[in-house]
Structures are given as C-alpha cells and as structure tokens.
Write a protein that binds this ligand. Structure first.
Ligand code: UDP
Length: 336
C-alpha cells in the first residue's frame, strides 16, 4: 500500500512512517517541521519526504491522489503554542484538516484523523469513553484553542463521513517514547528528562497528585495502524491509550529511579511553568474498551520499561549531540 502521513516528521508520525516501512509499504511524509526525527529514514527506497504545509491545497491534492490510505497528523501541538500563538493553532489545525478531508473526498481515500484526549477538556468523569461530553472553559482562555481546533476537525470528519468518506478518529492519551519533543521543552516527560540529564531538580507542578495515563509509543502505533487497516474501524472514534493511571509525583519518582541518579524533586506553582492563562487537568483516564475490542490492541508496555527505553534514547541523543564538532567548538568558545 501507499500511505500518506501528514505530520510524518513528528513524534507519533515518525514512528508510524517507520512501522509502515517495516510492514513493506510505501510511505510519503508531508511535513514542514524539522527532519530530525525522520533523518534515519531519508535514504529508505520506499520513503519520500515532502517539505510543505497541509495548507498548500494543490500539493495536498496531488499527494492524496497517489495514496491508498491517509493519516492526518499534521497539527500545531504543544502547550507553549496554545498559550503563545493561538492563531496558528486554529489556522493549521482547522483549515489544514479541511484541505486533507476535501482532497480525500474528491479522490475517495480513507482518512485516519489524529485527535486528542484534550477534546474531553475538564469533564470530571473517570474514565472517558468516546461518546462522553466535552467540558471546556471560556474562549478567553487560550488553553482551550487546541481542544477546540481538534474537535472542529472531528466534526468535519463526521460531516465528510455522512457524505460517504471512510474516516476514523483516534484520540491520543499522553503518548511518549523515543523522539518525543526536544529535551527541556514540550511535554512533562521530556521536561523531566532534560532536568535529570542536566543535573537539575525535577519540577513537579502543584502537589503532583494530578494524573495522566502515559502510553508507550509501540502500543500507540499498533492501535493506530489497526485503525487505518481494519474495515471494522471505519466511522469509529477510538481512545488510544492505557488505562493505567499515574500521578505526576509517581512519574517523577519513577523517572529518577530509572535514571539511576539522585535528582531532587521540587514542587512548583503552576503559574511559574505555564503563566496564568493555563488551566491544568486534574485527571485524564481513557476507557479503552473500543481499542481492545475493535482494534484488537491492548497496551502492554509497563511505565518502567517505557521510561527506561525513552531515557536511554535521550541519553544517547544528548551524548551524540555534545560530541558533534560544531557543539564542541561552541563549548570551547564558552557559548553554551
Ligand atoms: N507538569 C509538571 N512539571 C513540568 C511540566 C508539566 O508537573 O515541568 C505536569 C503538568 O502540570 C500536567 C502534567 O505534567 O499536570 C502533564 O503535562 P503535559 O504538558 O505533559 O501534558 P498534558 O497532559 O497536560 O497535555
């Protein structure tokens, strides 16, 4: 098969490209971000990388024509963007998704749209099943623009589905693993890893009692592939995650243990990390019955194993970068 993956140079996208290449498929990756996460795939004979935006409609159309299956992952993701550049979040996530869906509709190609657990907002129900309500705050709070942009994308998927387009929606719950964001930035796991590797204390926000269900990338990829490949999934919405809940305090402790260091854990107020316009979610747990029963995938990587693999990746990455001649000369000139 020929798979088009928009956002294929991102964290989940790069693993998805790799998995389809390993399955024997041809993969086209459309992405305008850094090539760092797909650098190792660039010379693969069945891999093609197109550096362009999902907002480029003629390009999207041309790529969709040649594909058998489309994964639409391209989006502006990350708390720092929700707070710093809400226009970009809304524009790319809403209008980019429309371009992909319109092209797929014109050429009758199946689309798997990657959405997020953020769509449930702060619904206090535990766990969240796919048909549960979205509970969001005021539009004056920038934090909700990402959730809203993905929910609009989902509405477009349902609308195109009604017109006959085969669509599947996947909602990810705190996926992590090698190639997650850059160290120090992005999500909690890379922030903690950056701190541990720099010998700084790990900063737990609040009292650390808030929870997430951290889902290892291998489990995420198995479910994501099934969502695109199984006929039974068409028209469905799927939570992709684990139902094992972890407090942020436990995450910090496990990461410090896995690293074999004696890193200190400190507790910091939320505003010091995100500013005052951010609203944290206390608990986030998926009901994964559909993932298990329809996609046939059960998450089976333990937090300890997943964190160890992630830690080892970032440790090797840091050592590789710091041994690069350019970096070494910067160190010698005292510029780091
Ligand atoms: N968090 C933390 N310390 C940090 C960064 C984040 O304790 O330095 C917490 C944050 O308050 C949230 C959780 O980690 O409760 C997960 O945050 P992340 O941004 O990774 O993802 P989210 O699940 O909130 O989208």
């Amino acid at each position: 098969m020929h798979i088009l993956i928009t956002g294929g140079a991102g964290f989940i996208g790069s693993h998805l490209c790799e998995a389809f290449l390993n399955r024997g498929d041809q993969v086209t990756c459309l992405d305008m971000g850094s090539r760092r996460k797909i650098e190792h795939l660039m010379d693969h004979p069945r891999f093609r990388y197109v550096h362009d935006s999902v907002l480029n409609a003629p390009m999207v159309d041309a790529l969709v024509t040649r594909a058998d299956l489309i994964y639409h992952l391209a989006a502006v993701v990350g708390v720092e963007h929700y707070v710093a550049d809400p226009y970009n979040v809304l524009n790319v996530n809403v209008n980019g998704t429309q371009e992909v869906l319109k092209a797929a509709y014109r050429h009758d190609k199946k689309v798997v749209f990657s959405s997020t657990s953020e769509v449930y907002g702060r619904n206090p129900k535990i766990p969240w099943s796919e048909d549960d309500d979205r509970v969001l705050g005021s539009t004056a709070i920038d934090r909700w623009c990402y959730s809203t942009s993905k929910a609009v994308g989902e509405h477009f998927c349902h609308a195109f589905g009604r017109m006959g387009l085969p669509v599947v929606i996947t909602r990810y719950f705190n996926a992590y693993g090698p190639r997650l964001d850059a160290l120090d930035r992005g999500r909690v796991i890379t922030i903690f890893l950056g701190q541990i590797l720099a010998g700084k204390p790990v900063t737990v926000v609040g009292d650390g009692s808030q929870t997430r269900c951290f889902t290892y990338i291998d489990d995420v990829i198995r479910a994501t592939m099934a969502a695109g490949l199984l006929d039974e999934a068409v028209g469905g919405v799927f939570n992709i995650g684990t139902d094992r809940e972890t407090t942020i305090r436990e995450l910090a402790e496990t990461m410090v243990r896995v690293s074999g260091t004696d890193t200190e854990i400190v507790y910091v107020p939320q505003e010091s990390v995100y500013g005052s316009s951010y609203e944290d979610i206390q608990r986030r747990v998926p009901d994964i019955t559909r993932m298990r029963e329809i996609l046939g995938v059960s998450p089976d990587t333990s937090l300890e194993d997943g964190l160890r693999a992630t830690y080892e990746y970032f440790l090797a990455e840091r050592n590789r970068i710091s041994s690069e001649p350019r970096f070494r000369s910067m160190v010698e000139r005292g510029r780091t």
